[in-house]
Structure formats: C-alpha cells, structure tokens
Design a protein around this ligand. Structure first.
Ligand code: ADP
Ligand code: MN
Ligand code: MN
Ligand code: MN
Length: 337
C-alpha cells in the first residue's frame, strides 16, 4: 500500500516568498526523507546548478486528502554541503530560538487576507468594477450582503483543526472579502511552521471556491483597510509580571532596530501603515494600552492583570512569519536577558 506526502517549502519569490508543493508517493514502510526540486523555477537557483534539497522538518495529516496522506513542511538546503539555502529563514529563526529558549518565548500570529474573484481579480463582495458601501458593518459581521466566502473559511478552520495546527480563532475583517485566522501561541519556530501550513491549506482549498487568496497588504488603495499580520509576543517573565511588558514595548522602539524590523515586516509596509487606518505610521514608533492607533498595543486584559503579552501591529499580511517570530524574539529577549 502507498500514501501521499505533499512536500511544502518556502520559495525564493522576491520580495514576497510563497509556498510551493509537490507530491511524493511513498510505500507504507517508507518515511518521508530528504528530497529535492528545481530551484531555477522558484527563484532559488540557476539552470546550470538547479537542484535544491528539501529537508522534512514538520509533518501533519493532510486534511484535504485524508486517509494516511500527510503534509511535509521542509527546509531548503544547498545540495553542495546541505547547509541552509540563503532563502531559508527558518534556519535563522531556529538559531535565535536556541539562544533564548530559556526565556520561553511564545508567539501568536493574526494572518489577515483577502479573497479575490478569480475571473475579475476584484475582492469578493465588491460589485464588479464598483465599490460596496463604506467600511463599518463588515468586521465580525453576519449576513449575505456583508459577508463573502464564509463557506471557505469554515472549511479552512475545520481542515487546520484536522491537521492538528494550533489555529486559535477566525473573524471577518473590516473590508468586505477580508478575513483573519490566528495561530498560536507557540514557540517561534512552530508558530511560523503552522502559519505556512495553514496558508497552504487555505490557498489549496480556495482553488475549489472560485477565489484566489491574496496576502497583499493593501489590495484596495483608498479608504479601505489593508491586511496585516499582528504579532503577539510574550516570554515567561512577561507572562508573570508587568515590568518586562514595558521593557518589551521600549525594546521594540529602539531606533537602531526599527529599520531591521520594518525590512522584515513585509513588502509595501508604507502603503498600509499610512496612519489613516488603525496602527501608527510605519516611520513613527509608539506604544500604548488598548491603543489600536499605536505601533505596539498592550491588550486591556494584560493591563488589568499586570502581566501577559504585547501585540506588534506593524507586520504586513505578506511577511514571512519566520522573520516576524525571529525579530520579536531576538529584540525583546536580548533586552530582557
Ligand atoms: P485582536 O484581534 O484583538 O488583536 P486576536 O484574538 O485576533 O486579537 O489575536 C490574539 C492573539 O494573541 C492570538 O493569536 C493568540 O494566540 C495570541 N496570544 C494569546 N496569549 C498570548 C501570549 N501569552 N503570548 C503570545 N501570544 C498570545
Ligand atoms: Mn485579530
Ligand atoms: Mn485583524
Ligand atoms: Mn490584532
């Protein structure tokens, strides 16, 4: 008997990496082992030296195929010496996590996205070539005029649960056709692994629903909300007391770190973080309690309990989650060490 292993990996598409996959049929007595692909077709190699290796690092049941079939998330390695490929951001995140493991960092990511009609490229719920009534009723709304694509969102959630991913919630967003799912809280590597697999499942299921999932941070210019990936962060000491919460907010505002953080927060951040639609302008850093106009927010329950976590609201929906979990862990854990 055989089963199918769908190998997933993060490609070299610049500036926004995407998930790729291909199928390997294995006999029941075989484990998914190291494999490879044509890197010259994914922005990861030249045609003359095209092979890139795939090292399985995380696997889960394939909730779409079912049965014994599995998804196999893999790191990309150079075939010359099996060291991490330059586009392999997971390897960097592993290093930072190893360094600060004793602080027990946990991250929860809020992946926002927009459903686009495949035929028109226009957001689901927008009349063809036109615009719906202004934002207001759509966020967490209910009803067929306000809400578009819920059948897909429900299938996706069921599939993520079936795969054993740490999906922790979903909601309809501020712009019609825009949605969010949350993953975590888990350690920096595992959270990002789960986000990539959850993205794959979403894109894959959407093929059957006549829509394309877009993680464009600003799919509609003008008075329409962009799509972000708020990144919630805590360490053991933040989950136990208040002072490290404040120290974390201040660490994230270190002027010598702002550029590195923004560079890892996804392409086109200046289009989304204009200061007009929630969240501070990209080039100004502020933090505050319950403040959705700030760069970093302390949730109200955290202020009440005097312990918990903080939310960095700046990252774009199109960021590589490995970059987000690495940057937050590195900057905050270094400050708290
Ligand atoms: P909101 O939309 O109000 O910003 P969400 O409910 O969408 O909040 O997301 C909250 C996120 O915070 C979830 O992804 C959850 O996993 C994460 N989270 C909860 N507790 C912690 C914690 N202690 N450390 C890190 N992340 C956390
Ligand atoms: Mn949210
Ligand atoms: Mn949201
Ligand atoms: Mn949020």
């Amino acid at each position: 008997m055989t089963y199918r292993a769908e190998y997933l990996w993060v490609d070299g598409t610049h500036p926004t990496p995407e998930v790729r996959s291909k199928t390997r049929i294995l006999s029941d007595d075989q484990e998914p082992e190291i494999w490879g692909f044509d890197g010259s077709s994914t922005g990861q190699a030249t045609g003359r030296d095209s092979d890139v290796a795939l090292q399985p690092v995380f696997q889960c049941p394939d909730p779409i195929r079912g049965g014994n079939d599995i998804l196999v998330l893999s790191e990309t390695l150079l075939t010359s010496d099996l060291s991490p490929h330059p586009t392999n951001m997971r390897a960097l995140t592993r290093e930072v996590y190893d360094k600060y493991k004793d602080q027990e960092p946990l991250l929860g990511l809020e992946q926002e996205y927009t459903l686009l009609e495949t035929l028109t490229g226009w957001p689901a719920g927008f009349p063809q070539g036109g615009f719906p009534p202004p934002q207001g009723p759509y966020y967490c709304g209910v009803g067929a005029v306000k809400i578009h694509g819920r059948d897909l969102i429900e299938r996706h959630t069921t599939a993520c649960i079936g795969a054993g991913l740490a999906i922790s919630g979903t909601n309809a967003e501020v712009m019609p056709g825009q949605w969010e799912f949350q993953i975590g809280p888990l350690d920096p590597v595992t959270t990002a692994d789960h986000v990539w697999v959850a993205r794959y499942i979403l894109f894959r299921l959407a093929e059957e629903h006549g829509v394309e999932v877009s993680i464009d941070p600003k799919p509609m210019r003008g008075d329409w909300n962009g799509a972000g990936m708020h990144t919630n962060f805590s360490t053991k000491s933040m989950r136990e007391s208040w002072d490290p919460i404040i120290a974390a907010c201040e660490a994230l505002g270190r002027p010598d770190r702002l550029e590195e953080h923004l560079a890892g927060y996804g392409e086109g951040i200046e289009h989304r973080l204009t200061g007009e639609h929630e969240t501070q302008r990209y080039d100004v850093y502020t933090w505050g309690i319950s403040d959705r106009g700030a760069s970093v927010r302390i949730p109200w329950q955290v202020n009440r309990d005097r312990k918990g976590y903080i939310e960095d609201r700046r990252p774009n929906a199109n960021a590589d989650p490995y970059n987000l979990t690495r940057l937050l862990t590195n900057t905050v854990c270094e400050a708290l060490a």
